[in-house]
Design a protein around this ligand. Structure first.
Ligand SMILES: [Zn+2]
Length: 318
């Protein structure tokens, strides 16, 4: 069975046009206009991706409508109460990890009566009802400091490698979402401008600033896990980090297993289809997980797995 690009989860990117208007993305910065967002990202293009994540740069024009009203409604979406339990569980795990190394905290939008009352370091997470063309995560307005999640689309995106099957070991989806949220916090911490996932059939081994930012956000998330796992003063942080690290280890195991079972020849021959990046915005997903696991565990095995994968990329790029 061929790999389906849309089946992999994304952890966010940003378009060049946003980079031109880059500015600080620390909490409290002004926001971009919703209309400008729609102009920059026509819904047909945005929603064409199952897994889209983008972060807007503050434009200075003031995204007043998103703050005065509901940012979800500002984009023509609606909030949903279905699937909140999964999002809530992910937030709990991510916040426990963050408590060891970051001042940012993720807050469920439905728990906050008055959004103006939140702390500058609170990042609101909205559970968005399924749209005509689903997405997994969006980070639409930087100064809004909010993340949109579509629970059903998220579950679908991780199902291939997270379900219990003959080929894969079951992984709690909330732990995968928790890691994705830590990645998003990494963008906030770094002040990275936002960007859109432009995963495409364009297989390549090219590097660019966008991919570097994605790697940096992954690195933030991985290091947050490492810090929490060594935090003797916070049992909840330690336990959450242990669970997430185990989940990521299983993701790597499942991905490599699926690749080898479903594409034995391609795996042996270092097929470009399996080892290249898909589009200009994200490094290869399996590679990203291998890098994250190597940061976390730093063992000879994790390094060998990473080295082997990178060797295949070198072979495929020739
Ligand atoms: Zn990202």
């Amino acid at each position: 069975m061929k790999r389906t690009p849309r089946s992999r989860p994304t952890i966010c990117v940003m378009p060049d046009r946003l980079k031109r208007s880059r500015r600080s993305t620390r909490p409290g910065q002004p926001v971009a206009l919703a209309a400008a967002m729609r102009s920059m990202f026509p819904s047909s293009f945005v929603a064409a991706r199952l897994c889209v994540v983008f972060v807007t740069l503050a434009s200075g024009a003031g995204f007043a409508s998103a703050q005065a009203t509901d940012p979800v409604e500002a984009l023509g979406y609606h909030q949903s109460s279905e699937g909140r339990s999964l999002v809530q569980a992910a937030l709990k795990s991510a916040n426990a990890v963050l408590s060891s190394s970051s001042s940012f905290r993720l807050k469920p939008s439905w728990s906050l009566k008055d959004r103006k009352a939140r702390s500058p370091n609170d990042i609101l997470v909205f559970n968005v009802a399924t749209t005509a063309k689903p997405f997994v995560i969006q980070v639409p307005f930087q100064s809004c400091r909010c993340i949109f999640v579509q629970e059903a689309a998220f579950r679908k995106s991780v199902d291939r490698y997270a379900r219990n099957s003959k080929k894969t070991s079951e992984i709690d989806p909330s732990e995968l979402l928790a890691f994705m949220l830590l990645h998003e916090v990494g963008h906030q911490e770094s002040g990275h401008p936002g960007f859109m996932d432009q995963e495409s059939p364009d297989l390549n081994f090219d590097d660019n600033e966008i991919k570097a930012r994605e790697r940096a956000a992954d690195e933030f998330a991985a290091k947050a896990l490492v810090t929490a796992s060594k935090d003797g003063g916070r049992v909840d942080a330690f336990l959450a980090a242990m669970k997430l690290e185990m989940a990521l280890s299983k993701v790597s195991f499942n991905l490599s297993g699926l690749r080898i079972v479903d594409h034995f020849g391609g795996s042996t021959l270092c097929s470009k289809d399996l080892f290249a990046d898909k589009g200009v915005s994200h490094p290869n997903f399996e590679l990203r997980i291998l890098v994250v696991n190597d940061i976390i565990s730093g063992t000879a095995t994790s390094r060998q797995l990473l080295t082997d994968f990178e060797r295949c990329r070198l072979t495929g790029s020739r």
